[in-house]
Design a protein around this ligand. Structure first.
Ligand SMILES: Nc1nc2c(c(=O)[nH]1)N[C@H]1C(S)=C(S)[C@@H](COP(=O)(O)OP(=O)(O)OC[C@H]3O[C@@H](n4cnc5c(=O)[nH]c(N)nc54)[C@H](O)[C@@H]3O)O[C@H]1N2
Ligand SMILES: Nc1nc2c(c(=O)[nH]1)N[C@H]1C(S)=C(S)[C@@H](COP(=O)(O)OP(=O)(O)OC[C@H]3O[C@@H](n4cnc5c(=O)[nH]c(N)nc54)[C@H](O)[C@@H]3O)O[C@H]1N2
Ligand code: SF4
Ligand SMILES: [Mo]
Length: 731
């Protein structure tokens, strides 16, 4: 595995492999003569970049996939996951029949009819005996908008469940909270063109070389010789390519951002006209950040004063500066404050609403954005607050359901649902398209909780995920490529996924499963309009009317495809006279935000102490995140491609700085024990200067990692803080 690792790193974005274009040798080669076959276009179902892929069809079934050269997102490039997207559908691990655990504890295949019956009778009896708080659902940002809406509407309006959340809590909740507070709506303002048009890009807690390789390619197309400032405790592939890498002490970002803000204000390098006209809260912000001189940032972040100042000067000097962040910020116990501090910087320097600018949170999963708008979990369908009576009436009217079917408040967040299980209050859980027994923070605790449930239903493409293995009922789901609908990428672009493969065995699309459950539960009548993904898309369009994400100007799926995807908003008025959406649109070009007075809010908070700092017993700080381009999350999908498997280490590993390794007399390739207060795991050691002394890094793709992490959350967004806990290493 150790031999493999450098190879994996080399398959970073600079290598030819990522630039593979149709006809190039290597991954995902098309069978001979395929070019002459019929094709159709859809978007990739892994990450939120949302690359356009061309499916090559034989008898209506895809036999190959290549990146689409016309699609504005990826311009003909795809990463190895995109090339291998069809391969991962073909696996022995696919769930092909419903499986139900019998009285001896064995999973047996059953008919759909029996599975639906068991689902409905068990959940209903739990609700009758223990009330509506005794059941909950966890969804995903990896199903289509139409399916997300269906799942949310079915559980809350149909079944009368109160508690629903999803894996986007682990991922995007912080960005949502920060955008709502600052802009009045969860509205990522940018388009990918901004990567090419920026003079200075500041990437904070983001490693797009690995996480969003084709976005990184877009940055590489920037011809303005931009400065790239990367703030990351690790020397990642992205950091290695930066103009300036600031190897910040983990979780001290807030202090750095406030020091920059203070320095920019103090040196009159802010855009006073923009601040006065378009923001409020500046005086308060100025007052708070006055407590953050450069010297304090030096002490807290471990960075040198001249590094910090030089970066601020670059930001100030740029005609168009842009700020990008992902999980290094969102997954933090002070994530919302940090994300808002980033937004503050963009606002006070007037870097918003113009080409090459923005406070830009990159989403993670292929439909993380769809989940924010349409999952009906944290907010009502269409991202209205649940307590807005007028919005409830509007949604009820479009859906033709009684108003009182719509709850007046949001239910529990993911961690509160897990706590509900701990208290014995939540007794039944339906898990759709996520794998909490691997991905939830402090996994040992999570598995223990999931096992306590009276009834655990898992709806997944594969029947052997860590969570499926402990389920009472498994519902076999069709995956990407086996169903149709829409996904929304990081730049607010709706893209279409196509059904180009038959699902294996009796697996059904999530959409079909929801339809069948609605019938069996006895609420089919409420969902009579929900006859196909296309008809649901039309409902969503009507709900979106006159909101910031209005998409009433979209005609149909074909319209989306023919435009190379369509960004929200695209209203009926925009589309009047047959107007086509231009490709790269950004928000706030007129300086008006979605708050009641049209002004963006500047806010600052006091930094908090890290809850589990290192000490004599646990001297290392553990960072976690994405390991390689070829691995996706809990690996249920990417492990199914022999090609992708060859691109990443099969065994779990931990990265350690050479200085620490020398001191502990450890060498690369050795098996070591990594221990936290919650668990101990055996992993291979990889000695690499990519981590700082005193820090370790473990990719999240191996089940070992979350056995160590500490359950703690951002108090506003309730997103888990996955990237900071204290551990020890032993031979
Ligand atoms: N290949 C691949 N691509 C993916 C995914 C995948 O599983 N595999 N998952 C997708 C999803 S859902 C997501 S959310 C994205 C995630 O994409 P990223 O957020 O880019 O990925 P991570 O590696 O989780 O975290 C980014 C960086 O945060 C740094 N970091 C940790 N702590 C701190 C800190 O305190 N401050 C700062 N400034 N940085 C810190 C880490 O060192 C890491 O390099 O990737 C998406 N793309
Ligand atoms: N330590 C640590 N832990 C982390 C993170 C970290 O950085 N560090 N990152 C967090 C983040 S950002 C994320 S997003 C989560 C991801 O965590 P998970 O959501 O648990 O990860 P996945 O492996 O993507 O799980 C998705 C599941 O859905 C199934 N699936 C795929 N497509 C479909 C479909 O169309 N229908 C159905 N029904 N099922 C489908 C897959 O087979 C898989 O089992 O992990 C989080 N956990
Ligand atoms: S960058 Fe993301 S969307 Fe593009 S091919 Fe790779 S996984 Fe798919
Ligand atoms: Mo994510």
């Amino acid at each position: 595995m150790i031999e493999l690792l450098p190879l994996v790193k080399r398959t970073g974005p600079m290598s030819d492999q990522l630039r593979l274009r149709p006809g190039a040798p290597g991954l995902g080669m098309l069978p001979q003569g395929l070019q002459s076959h019929a094709t159709t276009t859809g978007v990739c179902g892994f990450c939120s970049t949302g690359c356009g892929l061309t499916y090559h069809l034989r008898d209506d079934q895809a036999v190959g996939v290549t990146p689409n050269a016309q699609y504005p997102v990826n311009l003909g490039a795809a990463c190895p996951k995109g090339w291998e997207a069809l391969r991962v559908l073909e696996s022995e691990s696919r769930a092909t029949m419903p499986l139900s655990r019998d009285s001896r504890g064995e999973l047996q295949s059953v008919t759909w009819s029996r599975a639906l019956d068991r689902f409905c009778t068990t959940f209903k009896s739990l609700m009758e005996s223990s009330g509506p708080d005794s059941v909950a659902v966890l969804g995903t940002g990896q199903i289509t908008c139409e399916e997300l809406a269906f799942l949310g509407a079915l559980t809350k309006f149909g079944f009368g469940w109160r508690h629903a959340d999803g894996n986007t809590r682990q991922c995007m909740a912080t960005a949502v909270s920060a955008y709502k507070r600052a802009f009045g709506f969860d509205a990522p303002p940018f388009c990918y063109d901004d990567l090419e048009l920026s003079d200075c890009l500041v990437m904070i807690g983001a490693n797009p070389c690995i996480g969003h390789p084709i976005l990184w390619e877009r940055y590489l197309l920037n011809r303005r010789h931009p400065a790239l400032i990367v703030v990351d405790p690790r020397r990642t592939e992205t950091a290695a390519a930066a103009t300036v890498h600031l190897p910040i002490r983990p979780k001290s970002d807030l202090c750095l951002l406030y020091a920059w803000t203070n320095w920019l204000i103090g040196h009159r390098m802010v855009d006073r006209a923009f601040i006065d006209r378009h923001t409020c809260g500046f005086e308060e912000l100025r007052r708070v950040v006055r407590n953050y001189p450069i010297s304090r940032a030096v002490a807290e972040t471990g960075l040198a004063a001249d590094q910090i100042v030089a970066a601020a000067q670059r930001i100030a000097a740029a005609k168009a500066a842009s700020f990008w962040w992902t999980m290094g910020v969102n997954q933090s116990y002070q994530g919302t404050a940090t994300a808002q501090a980033i937004i503050n910087l963009a606002l006070i320097t007037g870097n918003i609403g113009r080409p090459g600018t923005g406070a830009n949170s990159i989403t993670g999963q292929c439909n993380a954005m769809g989940s924010r708008l349409w999952s009906n979990t944290t907010s009502l369908l269409g991202q209205f607050p649940f307590d807005d009576a007028e919005a409830r009436r509007k949604v009820a009217h479009v859906l033709q359901i009684p108003d009182d079917r719509i709850p007046q408040e949001a239910g529990w967040a993911y961690d509160e649902i897990m706590d509900g299980i701990r208290r014995g209050q939540v007794r039944g859980l339906w898990v759709v398209g996520t794998n909490p027994a691997h991905s939830w923070i402090e996994q040992g605790g999570a598995i223990d909780l999931l096992k306590r449930l009276d009834f655990l239903v898992v709806q997944d493409m594969y029947c052997d995920t860590e969570t499926a293995r402990i389920a009472d009922l498994i519902l076999p789901a069709a995956g990407w490529g086996e169903k149709e609908g829409t996904l929304i990428n990081s730049e607010r672009r709706y893209g279409v996924v196509r059904q180009v493969r038959r699902a294996p065995g009796q697996a059904l699309s999530d959409f079909r499963i929801f339809q069948a459950l609605a019938q069996r539960w006895g609420v089919g009548g409420l969902f009579s309009q929900w006859s196909s993904p296309a008809s649901v898309f039309a409902l969503l369009q009507r709900i979106s009317r006159n909101t910031p994400h209005d998409i009433t100007g979209i005609r149909d799926y074909q319209h989306i495809s023919s435009c190379g995807g369509i960004q929200w908003p695209w209203t009926e008025e925009d589309a009047a006279g047959g107007q086509s959406p231009s490709s790269g649109r950004r928000l706030f070009t007129d300086g008006r935000f979605f708050t009641s007075d049209g002004r963006a809010r500047l806010e600052a908070f006091a930094p908090q102490e890290m809850p589990e700092p290192t000490d004599g017993d646990f001297p290392f700080l553990l960072l976690t995140g994405r390991g390689t381009v070829a691995q996706w999350h809990t690996q249920t999908r990417t492990r199914c491609s022999p090609m992708l498997r060859r691109l990443y280490p099969p065994e779990p590993y931990v990265e350690m700085h050479p200085q620490d390794a020398r001191r502990l007399k450890l060498t690369s390739g050795m098996w070591v024990t990594v221990r936290s207060r919650r668990g101990r795991v055996r992993v291979r050691l990889l000695v690499a200067a990519s981590v700082c002394p005193g820090q370790l890094f473990m990719p999240m793709h191996y089940t070992e990692t979350n056995q160590l992490t500490l359950s703690h959350f951002d108090p506003i967004s309730r997103q888990p803080s996955y990237k900071d806990c204290a551990v020890a290493v032993e031979r």
